[in-house]
Ligand binder design. Sequence first.
Ligand code: AMP
Ligand code: MG
Length: 415
Amino acid sequence: MSIVQTVSCLDGYDPDALRVDKARAAILSCLAPVADTEKISIRNALGRVLAEDIVPQINVPAHDNSAMDGYAVRFSDLERQPLKEIGTALAGRPFAGRLGAGECVRIMTGAVMPEGADTVVIQEVAKKEGERISVPPGQKKAQNVRYAGEDLKVGVPVLKIGTFLKPADIGLIASLGIGEVGVRRKLRVAFFATGDELASIGAPLKEGEIYDSNRYTLHGMLSRLGVEMIDMGVVRDAPDLLEQAFRQASQKADVVITTGGVSVGEADFVRQLMGRLGEVLFWKIAMRPGRPMAFGKIGNAFLFGLPGNPVAVMVTFYQFVRDALLFLSGRDAAEMPLLTAVAAENLRKVPGRTEYQRGTLFREGALWKVRTTGQQGSGVLRSMSEANCFIVLEHERGAVKAGEPVSVQLFEGLA
Ligand code: AMP
Ligand code: MG
């Protein structure tokens, strides 16, 4: 099905006043993840997407073992004290014998539970006189024992296809003795900035020029997603150069991202060009910043034509492109969480568009509060640089008073 057909089926689709949620749904409904896979070492697998289920062939831990340093005992023997210490079990060096009635074994954390023992008494409470060990009352049967398969069980899938691999996942795979995993190939993303006013770093600024910053923020945001990047530089607002750039980019990459050239003044000319090259939709999204945006396909590549203003580039990237790239990479849906904080100041907002104000989340006593980073123009990149979150003001919402709850989307997270 063509992009126009797919998208126009969506309920409430209006290219000239498209709600953020509709735009996101429209994009996702057109995408299909890359199918190619490769086998790689787990050392290189951080941030990659699993192309196979991981099913344990061994239990982790492999044996019942002690969670503490102390004495391995038979719980029923504790009525007949003292016990006789008959040997030692160390991690990696099991006790070879078997516990008989009234006997115990000195045991260290991680050591295999000796045959016949069912409970571990911690060394801090045990009294030792020669080889006679006594234990105070109040012990519980099976305490301080870790059981085989408690973490991972043979045959029970632990990581599924589509998992985005975090450090813990890589450790988990290693704990199964697996050194290589099947992952989806990296997504290839080509990008360029458009505009006659753009100067490249290294060249002196001429009258009316600005340095191209969008390509560098894009480079940073794409690096974090772990995609393969093809930086195609700055392209002038000239039809033949743009056509050539779009053709080249779409041949090399799965996704093409551009900045600039989609606002009202320029859209007509880009629109004509796109009409020749592929199938591209031009949207006016009910959001701020980041109103104009193009989405579509050129050849086999998906195109995201982002606005030119530096903050609008980042907002549209995070709200639309990021999810799309993760989905195309084969990763399970991973929407960024919205948390609630208290507005520390009045916020200007009109109903009828979603706003992404740049905020600083901070703590005041037990409360998490948020204030804006000052001037919020879509060209003021400093507002992003100083921020640690977006303050997300929903479509229907009007002005916000200090003290009201607002949604925030954090820029950073563990992982
Ligand atoms: P446009 O959407 O092409 O009209 O661009 C809107 C505004 O964004 C321009 O007037 C520039 O000030 C700014 N802009 C466009 N491209 C870039 C870029 N690559 N780096 C920094 N600012 C840009
Ligand atoms: Mg421009």
